[in-house]
Write a protein that binds this ligand. Structure first.
Ligand code: FES
Ligand code: FES
Length: 157
């Protein structure tokens, strides 16, 4: 979990979302609908977004999970978080961890996406506040910054 190993015995029926929040105390992952519709509980499983409310904790035995807590480095926000802040990509913030984790693989690829491609990416995430436009703009800003960083010359030239 976010680079740290956790060794626990759990009930076979325990949901990954409950394991993350209740057993590990990582409450950044929010739970909304609890049946796979809203995307709020999204985390990365071996780098790919999954709904933690429809995944069992036992299914991730030995696997790599990233939650929203794994994004920042101490006080330093991740590029996606900075872009959401700069473009007002959130209001109440309840859905935000799910959007960030859904968008993270595309950010890591640093591949430019147009607005329709970003809308397609977030089509499984619901937000009741923003109207989505600022979220799309935030992702565009984040991708611009990510591709600039990816193209920076290295020390070796
Ligand atoms: Fe998991 Fe809504 S809480 S998809
Ligand atoms: Fe409130 Fe998305 S910011 S639900």
């Amino acid at each position: 979990m976010n680079g740290e190993a956790h060794d626990r015995d759990v009930e076979p029926r325990l949901l990954l979302s409950d394991f993350i929040r209740d057993d590990l105390g990582l409450t950044g992952t929010n739970v909304g609908c609890e049946h796979g519709v809203c995307g709020t509980c999204t985390v990365l499983l071996d780098g790919a977004p999954v709904r933690s409310c429809t995944t069992l904790a036992v299914q991730v035995d030995g696997r790599r999970i990233t939650t929203v807590e794994g994004l920042s480095h101490g006080e330093e926000m991740h590029g996606l978080q900075r872009a959401f802040t700069a473009r007002h990509g959130l209001q109440c913030g309840f859905c935000t961890p799910g959007f960030l984790m859904t968008l993270l693989p595309a950010y890591n690829e640093a591949k430019p996406l147009d607005k329709d491609e970003i809308r397609e990416l977030i089509s499984g995430n619901l937000c009741r506040c923003t109207g989505y436009q600022q979220i799309v703009e935030a992702m565009q800003l984040a991708l611009e910054e990510a591709s600039e960083l990816a193209n920076l010359p290295t020390q070796d030239g």
